[in-house]
Design a protein around this ligand. Structure first.
Ligand code: 3HC
Ligand code: NAI
Length: 673
């Protein structure tokens, strides 16, 4: 039984209990329908409170049912049933009222919520539009402007703001059920407001729709749902209620079966599964109550900020007083930046900073639960650091390295109790980027690994387990991306053509613009280290640019030229000359957009498949999460592996064979460096 009914005097309380998030499964819809029928027939009931057990109010339609044919009672009918009930219903909200959950609340005559609750219509994030009247009732409640913003961004609104915007009628401090009953009694003493379906939509300025359409289109890029959601709100303003409901439902059903919705659903479930991998079921993580970071450079400062954001006290260790002062100043600028962007208040920033103990004395680490090393990418320097940590830290403290390319097995060297060691590979900027690659060595204990995942949960990161190889999952695939991009240049494409094609595919930036932004020197150092290890990295043009100190935007030129104070990339004659020289006799071809995309993306798929075969990644979804959260791969394509599946593996194999036969530089070699 997912719904129970109790009576308190003349008020009925309908309680939903459908763990984990009270999603509107078929059984729940049926139970709610039955409850509405029963309560309408009960003359002793004057009003109904709708409240939920567990962590949240109804979090939406049941996404698991999206692949299946809908079974009645359909959600729009249920919302209409509640709205037309003989007694007014009051939604009593805690946690989140999202999607279909908020639509049910809009069907209720009133909405009250605890201060920590939030409400919203996040359907566009799943590639769909609200399907149970959300786009039609919301503009009747708060006007088209706020409705358009909510349905096109999907961003939930916190209760205090929701109250001031008219999305909810009251905030309940203290016990929600009691507060809702008191609210209902007070409301019954006055005349009831009209149900939303019977209200009109406030008019907007003539220019509103076109201005908003342009803004939404530029934000959404190639995602379909946001513009379709806006069209629904417009319909609500221009047609009658029934017409608008029919239009919304039609749009919802169309998008529900779309490839973008399938991709976004795939990412939704992958993200939710990531923090709790099945192989660690039942393994207790170690408790993390304090942490230390060694090195306060780009990564160390970002990691320390992320740890402080999660409320952990942090000790920051540097090699000398000057470096320590620089590290603290890096950390300070991160928090100041957050204040400037309105993310936190100046007081919170001061509190975060005051939770950092700075020192050059390793003995101060004797009591910490977790240490993350982020010093120079140099094996000897890192090994020295871990020798010191091994000497001073508690034997059960978890010790982690943030290395990008070094072998964690070698870094662990001869520390005492190597079972507590692992790689925790953050991405830059570490306090912003969601991806965390968790890299166990052969000796890492399951409890240590579980601690890595528990830490990711604390920090709000998306954790992915990665095996040891050059670059782990993400940077190994990145090497293929970059090698293919250079091969394209050697065979007739220009940097602009490559970048434009990859943007058209959905990446926020093309590979060359991205390198100019991040700096070509970092990859240059890595290639030098790889050569020292006896490898032969493939980056003939990038090498020449590094030799000319064309490191990107910071040096006024890289793959492109940059005018002083202007970040817009300009084609470079110098680079064109170098490309021509390096190309030599390589056959030149005409590349169109889809040819460029295939030449980069399909070898990435190939490399990712090897990563999967070698068990460097355990699941295809993990690779998808790495690409989306570490490298800006478009969510609506579902990640690299989902894209490959959706396109069809047979076609990909054929295209890869064609590429191999093209005789690009380093023919038939799609393994990157
Ligand atoms: N349907 C089915 N399962 C859902 C679900 C949904 N709408 N929302 C969450 N779940 C599941 C998760 O998959 C997870 O399952 P698991 O434990 O087996 O891995 C479990 O519920 C818990 O989810 P979280 O780990 O995300 O729990 P949190 O407490 O961190 O967050 C939440 C709770 C804020 C409600 C978050 O789950 C969330 O944002 N859910 C999605 C809400 C949403 O997108 N709703 C709109 C759905 S579409 C819709 O309603 C269409 C309508 O207009 C017709
Ligand atoms: P960085 O050069 O900005 O910072 C390194 C810091 O370590 C410096 O502040 C230095 O003073 C300090 N340090 C050096 N030796 C030390 C010692 N013995 N004890 C204490 N502190 C010491 O380097 P960055 O970019 O922060 O990289 C750090 C690590 O993170 C490297 O292993 C790098 O490969 C890895 N990494 C870097 C990423 C990036 O984008 N920059 C991304 C992911 C990982």
């Amino acid at each position: 039984m997912t719904v129970s009914i109790e009576r308190t005097g003349d008020i009925a309380v309908v309680t939903i209990d459908n763990p984990p998030v009270n999603a509107l499964s078929h059984a729940l819809r049926q139970d709610l329908w039955n409850a509405a029928e029963a309560l309408d027939a009960d003359p002793s009931v004057r009003a109904v409170i709708l409240i939920c057990e567990g962590r949240t109010f109804i979090a939406g339609a049941d996404v698991n049912e999206f692949g299946k044919p809908p079974i009645p009672p359909h959600l729009p009918d249920l919302v209409a049933r509640i709205e037309t009930a003989a007694k007014p219903w009051v939604a009593a909200i805690h946690g989140s009222a999202l999607g279909g959950g908020f639509e049910v609340a809009l069907g209720c005559r009133f909405r009250v919520a605890v201060p920590s609750a939030s409400v919203g219509l996040p359907e566009v994030r799943l590639g769909i539009v609200p399907g149970a009247g959300g786009t039609v009732r919301l503009p009747r409640l708060v006007g088209p402007a706020l409705a358009a913003e909510m349905v096109t961004t999907g961003t939930p609104v916190a209760a205090p703001k929701a109250r001031s915007q008219g999305l909810i009628d009251a905030i309940v401090e203290g016990d929600l059920e009691k507060g809702a009953i008191d609210f209902a009694h007070a409301a019954l003493d006055q005349s009831l407001p009209l149900p939303l379906s019977q209200r009109g939509v406030p008019t907007v300025d003539e220019t509103f729709w076109e201005t908003t359409r342009r803004a939404v289109a530029s934000r959404a890029k190639r995602e379909d749902a946001p513009l379709r959601a806006l069209a629904c709100v417009r319909k609500a303003a221009e047609a009658d209620f029934e017409g608008a409901i029919a239009f919304e439902r039609q749009t919802f059903l169309e998008l529900r079966g779309s490839s973008q919705a399938a991709a976004l659903r795939h990412v939704f479930f992958a993200e939710r599964a990531a923090p709790r991998p099945p192989e660690l079921t039942g393994v207790e993580p170690r408790a993390i109550r304090s942490a230390a970071v060694i090195g306060g450079g780009t990564m160390g400062a970002g990691i320390a900020a992320a740890l402080r954001d999660a409320g952990l006290p942090v000790t920051l260790v540097e090699r000398d007083e000057v470096a320590l002062e620089r590290g603290l100043s890096n950390l300070r600028s991160i928090f100041e930046g957050a204040v400037k962007r309105g993310k936190i208040t100046a007081e919170t920033a001061a509190e975060r900073l005051s939770g950092v103990t700075d020192t050059i004395d390793y003995s101060r680490l004797a009591g910490v639960d977790l240490v993350i090393e982020a010093v120079f990418e140099d094996l000897e320097v890192k090994r020295e650091v871990f020798d010191k940590l091994s000497a001073v830290c508690r034997l059960d403290a978890v010790l982690a390295t943030n290395t990008s390319y070094l072998d964690p097995e070698q870094i662990a060297g001869n520390i005492r109790h190597p079972e507590r060691f692992l790689g925790l590979h953050f991405f830059s900027p570490a306090h912003v980027m969601k991806l965390l690659e968790i890299v166990p060595t052969a000796q890492t204990a399951p409890a240590t690994l579980a601690t890595g995942f528990a830490l990711a949960r604390m920090l709000g990161k998306v954790p992915v387990r990665a095996g040891i190889c050059d670059g782990f999952i993400g940077n190994r695939i990145l090497k293929t991306t970059r090698a293919q991009a250079e091969r394209l240049l050697l065979s007739g494409a220009t940097p602009q053509a490559v970048d434009t094609a990859m943007r058209a595919f959905g990446l926020p930036m093309g590979p060359f613009e991205a390198q100019d932004l991040g700096g070509l020197d970092i990859a240059g150092f890595q290639r030098r280290a790889a050569r020292a290890r006896g490898e032969t990295p493939f980056a003939p043009i990038a090498e020449r640019l590094c030799a000319l100190e064309r490191f990107g935007q910071k040096s006024g030129g890289g793959w492109y030229d940059y005018a002083k104070g202007d970040r817009s990339p300009q084609p470079s004659k110098v680079v064109a000359g170098i490309i021509a020289e390096e190309a030599g006799r390589t056959p030149q071809r005409q590349w169109d957009e889809s040819g460029i995309i295939d030449c980069i993306i399909l070898p990435m798929v190939n490399e990712a498949t090897k990563i999967l075969q070698e068990k460097v990644a355990l699941r295809a979804e993990d690779i998808d999460l790495v690409e989306i959260h570490g490298y800006g791969y478009p969510r609506w394509r579902g990640g690299l592996m989902h894209y490959a599946e959706a396109r069809g593996l047979a076609e990909i194999a054929v295209k890869l064979s064609e590429l191999a036969a093209m005789d690009l530089a380093e023919p038939a070699n799609f393994t990157g460096d």
